[in-house]
Design a protein around this ligand. Sequence first.
Ligand code: GRG
Length: 298
Amino acid sequence: MTIYEARYQQYLTDLETALPLYLPEQPREKGGLPVEAARYSLLGGGKRVRPVLLLAFCDLLGVERPAAMPFACALEMIHTYSLIHDDLPCMDDDDLRRGHPTCHRAYGEAVAILAGDTLLNRACEILLATVSLDLPGSLQAARLIAAAAGSKGMIGGQALDLAAEGKSIQLEDLRQIHKLKTGALIMAPVMAAACLAGASSEITMILENFASAIGLAFQIQDDILDVTADTAALGKSTGKDQRDQKSTYVALLGLEQARRHLVDSIGTARKALADLDRAGLRTEFLSGLTDYLLARTS
Ligand code: GRG
């Protein structure tokens, strides 16, 4: 196991310990069925890329773990809610997520909608319980996460993505969809860490460059994996983009050009890491994470 892998594993262990504590069980007779369904989706796997990014940047910038963890868990809850709702028959209509039947397949549509709502509300509760004058930057970090998940971020991206189905769009439009739908929630953990750390404007700008580059790289790789990976390895159905006539990097440019754009984005991320190195920050783990985003198969 490389040092990078060991550290990712440690982040995962810390998150898998914290997440169930932030969403405790609630008996069914007390209205807890949506909580059960939310726990089914939240605790049933996933790469945890967004909370790992938050913890890693907080470690890099010297934010204490107790301050960082609630933000990390709230983000993963928001991400999981978006996956549950995205999988519904009225959106992507998917049967498989994180290697298991999707939430609505396991619990029915009505409960799955409530499970997503539960996760979003719980995330808000966690953020509101955490922000404090004693934790500088916490209000700004919470606001930034809420905005990233909202209509000018992920939800806006999802709306544009749904509207573009079956239509031919330009690469610039696709970039905008990716920037909002996927990029916003990949950038949020990095920028939230910067707020919590009270990072200088110079460092914040470098972080922004890094985060927007890996956000795009993450989505291009997702487009590529939809046509190259197999369902078992990915833990979700493949070939969906073509089925739904979605505009993706692969559909617009072909596989080879999509890979070229992926490599370009990773190059931009690496330049930002070199800038952080020059500023005296240790970026070995982030460099490993960047390489992983290029090579990931799930
Ligand atoms: C329904 C409001 C609403 C938003 C949905 C997340 C999303 C927006 C749609 C899911 C479909 C999709 C391809 C989104 C792009 C983001 C993405 C690659 C999600 C999957 O994230 P991973 O790979 O999943 O991090 P795990 O399971 O590892 O957490």
